[in-house]
Design a protein around this ligand. Structure first.
Ligand code: ZN
Length: 312
C-alpha cells in the first residue's frame, strides 16, 4: 500500500505520499483557509488528498490515509480542542471519509509529531518521550515505547492548555491564561501588541531583540522565562526520558541553551539531565507521523472504529 499523510496546520496543510517502503514520492502544501469555515477546510483537504494520490497515478484504494489535526477526535467522533476553531464540534473524520469514499485515520498533530520523532528523528532510542509543538499554538504528545499515549479523554500531553495565569486572557479552550498564551508564537505576538500597539511577528521581535531593541529584548526574555517555567511543569509531572521540540519556534537556538537553563531554574531537581532535543524531521514530522498512523490504523484498528464507506 502507498501511504498518504496529511498535516493540517494552523497556517498550512501539507500532504505526503510514501511508497510501500516509506520513500517520499510526492509532497505538496496549501494554505489552511481556516477563516473561510469548516466546509472549505473539508473540501480543500479532500482535494489535496486526491491530488496527492493522482500524482502517483494511484487510486485512493491503493493508499492508506492518515490525518494529523490540531485537535482531538472525541469519543462521539466530533472534533474538540482545535485551534483551527471551525473544526470544533464537526465530525471531520467521518465527513472526510465520506467525501473521499475511503477510511481516514485521524490523530492529534502533536501525537503525530511525537511518534515521528520517536521512530525516525531526534527521540530515537528513548522509551518515554514528551513531544512539544511550539508554533502558532502550543501542543504536546506523549509516546511510551514507540506508541502514542492518548489518555482517557484523548488529551494526554495537552499541557498547552493548563492555566498558569489567572489574570490572563480567555483562551479559545475556555480556560483563562493557558500555557499557550505565554509561549506560543501567537501568544507572544498578542502580548507584544497589547503592550506596544505594534503588530510584529515573533521572528521580527527576535530579530529586533538581537539588534538591541530593549522592548523586543524584554519580550523575548519573558518568553524564555515562561518556557522554562512551563517546561518545568512537564518535567515535574512526568519526568520523561527526553523532550523533543517541534513547530516553528523550535528553530530558536536559545531554547536549547538559555531555555534549558530556565527549566533548571524551575524544575524540582537541581540536577536536571533531561535531554531537550531539537526535532530532526523539521516540518516533515507531522506528515510522516500522519502517514504511519494511517497505515497502523488500517492494519490494526484501535479504540475508535475506523469509518468505512461503500467502495472504501
Ligand atoms: Zn487554552
Amino acid at each position: 500500500m502507498l501511504r498518504i499523510g496529511v498535516d493540517l496546520g494552523g497556517t498550512k496543510t501539507e500532504s505526503i505520499l510514501l511508497s510501500p517502503e516509506g520513500a517520499e514520492l510526492f509532497r505538496t502544501r496549501i494554505p489552511t483557509r481556516k477563516t473561510e469555515g469548516y466546509a472549505k477546510i473539508l473540501s480543500d483537504t479532500s482535494e489535496l488528498i486526491r491530488k496527492t494520490a493522482a500524482h502517483a497515478g494511484a487510486s485512493l484504494n491503493d493508499c492508506t490515509i492518515g490525518i494529523g489535526i490540531p485537535g482531538i477526535v472525541g469519543p462521539d467522533g466530533l472534533i474538540m480542542n482545535a485551534n483551527t476553531t471551525c473544526l470544533i464540534g464537526n465530525p471531520f473524520q467521518a465527513d472526510l471519509g465520506r467525501a473521499l469514499n475511503h477510511p481516514v485515520a485521524m490523530e492529534n498533530d502533536a501525537n503525530c509529531f511525537t511518534m515521528a520523532e520517536c521512530k525516525l528523528g531526534a527521540a530515537r532510542g528513548f522509551d518515554f518521550v514528551f513531544g512539544v509543538i511550539l508554533g502558532t499554538g502550543c501542543g504536546g504528545g506523549i509516546a511510551i515505547n514507540g506508541k502514542v499515549r492518548r489518555g482517557m479523554h484523548g488529551i494526554a500531553g495537552e499541557w498547552g492548555h493548563v492555566s498558569v495565569d489567572p489574570a490572563g486572557d480567555l483562551c479559545y479552550s475556555g480556560i483563562v491564561g493557558c500555557v499557550e498564551s505565554r509561549i506560543s508564537g501567537s501568544g507572544v505576538e498578542n502580548r507584544f501588541e497589547k503592550q506596544t500597539g505594534a503588530g510584529l511577528k515573533f521572528a521580527e521581535i527576535i530579530r529586533r531583540a538581537d539588534s538591541g531593541d530593549s522592548v523586543c529584548k524584554e519580550h523575548f526574555e519573558f518568553f524564555l522565562e515562561e518556557f522554562g517555567r512551563c517546561m518545568a511543569l512537564v518535567v515535574n509531572t512526568m519526568d520523561p526520558d527526553a523532550i523533543v521540540i517541534g513547530g516553528g519556534l523550535s528553530k530558536i537556538d536559545a531554547l536549547y541553551s538559555e531555555g534549558v537553563a530556565r527549566i533548571k531554574k524551575y524544575a524540582f531537581t537541581k540536577d536536571l539531565r533531561t535531554p531537550v532535543l531539537k526535532n530532526q524531521l523539521g516540518d516533515s514530522a507531522g506528515v510522516f507521523g500522519a502517514a504511519w498512523i494511517g497505515e497502523a490504523r488500517n492494519a490494526a484498528p484501535r479504540g475508535r472504529p475506523v469509518l468505512r464507506f461503500p467502495g472504501g
